[in-house]
Design a protein around this ligand. Structure first.
Ligand code: ZN
Length: 233
């Protein structure tokens, strides 16, 4: 969709085309009401997925009681309307969602934004940090390691801030154009060790560079990276 804007910018407009049409507040009418129970979603896949296929699959995945409304906005991008706002919020707050192993990125509805400006480059993912010493399985540690990935949204801890268990789970906003983080190296009391990551749900990613989303230029093979992520998966 961004390409269209680029083409338009090169055009020399006629006076008629360039004359602004003033749009008053009343024009959006009752669309805001529908927007309150709607989301925008995009399936990250090279394959084009039809509206009906997407709808019936996601109704099952999201376990919604009433039928959803799916409208096609662009390639694999849909306007999704729920029967009420609470169903929508339940889905928006839950993460992460997959369509047949492909990532389904969701954005809250913003009726004033042009579709070419929708940004599907980020998603919230639950990162499970393994092999941490028990004394360090806490909120501060989750925030410390999580912030090396990107913005930490939540650390799954008990009321006292601790999280003894198999792993420390941290919800992180991830940039999908960067390689999925596999591990971090930490130094505790002078001792260096690895903290391997697992993901609650992991969408299909590039086996060579570990990205979920490739940029416009696509993947450029760099030496030594071939198959690096097959080994990890
Ligand atoms: Zn790649």
């Amino acid at each position: 969709m961004e390409e269209i804007e680029e083409v338009w910018r090169k055009l020399k407009l006629t006076d008629e085309e360039d004359c602004p049409i003033e749009v008053g507040q009343g024009v959006h009418g009752s669309m805001d009401l529908k927007g309150r129970r709607s989301l925008i979603g995009k399936i990250i896949s090279e394959r084009i997925i039809g509206r009906e296929v997407a709808r019936s699959m996601m109704e099952k995945v999201w376990k919604v009681g009433k039928p959803l409304e799916f409208q096609e906005i662009g390639g694999n991008c849909f306007g999704i309307t729920f029967v009420n706002r609470s169903e929508k919020m339940k889905v928006l707050d839950g993460c992460l969602w997959l369509f047949d192993n492909h990532l389904f990125v969701l954005l809250d509805f913003d009726g004033g934004m042009q579709p070419c400006l929708f940004n599907f480059d980020h998603a919230h993912m639950w990162v499970q940090m393994l092999n941490l010493p028990l004394s360090y399985m806490n909120k501060q540690m989750g925030e410390l390691i999580g912030s090396s990935i990107e913005k930490v949204m939540e650390v799954d801890v008990q009321e006292d801030g601790s999280a003894w268990g198999r792993c420390l789970s941290v919800k992180v906003e991830c940039d999908l154009r960067r390689s999925v983080a596999r591990v971090r190296t930490i130094v505790v009391d002078g001792r260096t060790s690895w903290v391997p990551f697992q993901y609650e749900k992991l969408p299909r990613l590039c086996f060579n560079c570990g990205r979920i989303v490739h940029g416009k230029e696509g993947y450029k093979e760099s030496e030594g990276s071939v198959g690096q992520y097959v080994v990890w998966l």
